[in-house]
Design a protein around this ligand. Structure first.
Ligand SMILES: Cc1cc2nc3c(=O)[nH]c(=O)nc-3n(C[C@H](O)[C@H](O)[C@H](O)COP(=O)(O)OP(=O)(O)OC[C@H]3O[C@@H](n4cnc5c(N)ncnc54)[C@H](O)[C@@H]3O)c2cc1C
Length: 311
């Protein structure tokens, strides 16, 4: 594990550091590399631009670990507003939404599961009425069972709901087998959280080997794999496995984050692949930014330099 990843991922959970970083106007500079803006309008505008370039999109209203039912409701309202604005602009054929269950009530005491399911249903129903879909983001390993069980519940009424699995976890190859059935949309990523040895691979090479094993299961299966990675090796391996398993373009897709490897996103589109860009937006960008910095320490030095030069 790179030296800086662990402390940065720990900071991503620190309320004190969050307060400090978000109060500094300079943080906006680096944030804009990864987040097009804080308003729904800025997210819809960014979507329209990417769709014009032939890309597809999934949007994430930033926020996580909500312990307040009203805040969870506000997040649902933000998704409803977003979906209505996307529909009004004729963008829902190309743009869907990604939702973190912890942002819509999963972690609330006692009734968390029930509230999260109800809230997710509202978003799924609005998405379906708008002609699009929802994918449930995956958070740290303590939530995996709960998230997959809520996914199963939601899929009874909304089978189009997408799942996310993380190759860092030991369990994921088995989860891929379970979810590689017809109609099942599954995003495979490496995993953005700091996870303990008991449940997760610790070395990059083991996470990558697991990613390839999971890719094989998903691409050989009957579902719709969503290959979420910026890793050139994984992209190349996925493309060659897709061809080995006789997968036509459009029966799977690639996904990358907004602002990361934008040229590669366009290149893949030009080769006929479906490329979906994950656009996060909103005021709660702190945890997201810290996870991106943890993945790319060169961005951290850029961030630190900009802090110093503003003093
Ligand atoms: C669409 C999408 C959705 C995601 N959803 C989730 C989720 O629900 N849950 C979750 O835990 N995680 C999610 N992630 C994050 C994911 O788990 C990883 O943390 C993140 O994508 C980094 O892993 P990687 O596969 O891109 O490559 P890494 O292993 O981080 O990097 C491998 C190589 O990729 C290239 N690369 C990586 N980052 C950059 C960069 N910034 N600029 C240029 N090249 C770069 C470099 O060549 C690097 O050596 C998502 C990622 C994507 C793309």
């Amino acid at each position: 594990m790179p030296l800086l990843r662990q402390p940065l991922l720990l900071l991503a959970r620190s309320q004190q550091v969050k307060k400090l970083v978000t109060a500094m106007p300079v943080s906006a500079g680096i944030v804009h590399n990864y987040v097009p803006g804080e308003s729904t309008e800025s997210a819809v505008e960014a979507t329209a631009g990417l769709v014009d370039d032939g890309l597809t999109v999934t949007l994430d209203f930033l926020g996580e670990d909500t312990l307040d039912a009203e805040q969870a409701e506000a997040t649902v309202a933000a998704y409803v507003d977003l979906l209505e604005q996307l529909a009004a602009r004729g963008l829902t054929r190309k743009a869907e939404v990604s939702v973190k269950l912890s942002a819509i009530g999963q972690a609330l005491p006692e009734k968390g599961r029930k509230i999260a399911i109800e809230n997710a249903r509202t978003i799924c129903r609005t998405a379906r009425n708008a002609g699009t879909t929802v994918t449930l983001d995956m958070e740290d390993h303590t939530t995996t069972d709960s998230t997959l069980s809520i996914l199963r519940e939601l899929r009874k009424d909304f089978p189009e709901t997408g799942a996310v699995l993380q190759s860092a976890l030991h369990r994921t190859e088995a989860d891929c087998r379970e979810l590689a059935h017809e109609g099942s949309r599954v995003r495979l990523c490496k995993g953005a959280y700091l996870e303990p040895e008991g449940v997760a691979f610790q070395e990059r090479v083991d996470i990558d080997k697991s990613y390839v094993r999971c890719l094989k299961v998903l691409l050989a299966g009957q579902g719709y794999p969503m290959i979420a990675t910026h890793d050139p090796r994984m992209v190349e391996i996925a493309a060659s496995l897709a061809s080995r398993y006789g997968r036509a373009q459009g029966t799977y897709e690639f996904q990358m984050l907004y602002g990361i490897r934008a040229t590669e996103q366009l290149r893949l589109t030009e080769t006929g692949e479906t490329m979906r860009v994950y656009i996060p937006y909103g005021t709660e960008w702190y945890g997201y930014l810290m996870r991106r910095l943890a993945e790319k320490p060169s961005n951290l030095s850029f961030f630190a330099k900009s802090l110093i030069s503003k003093k």
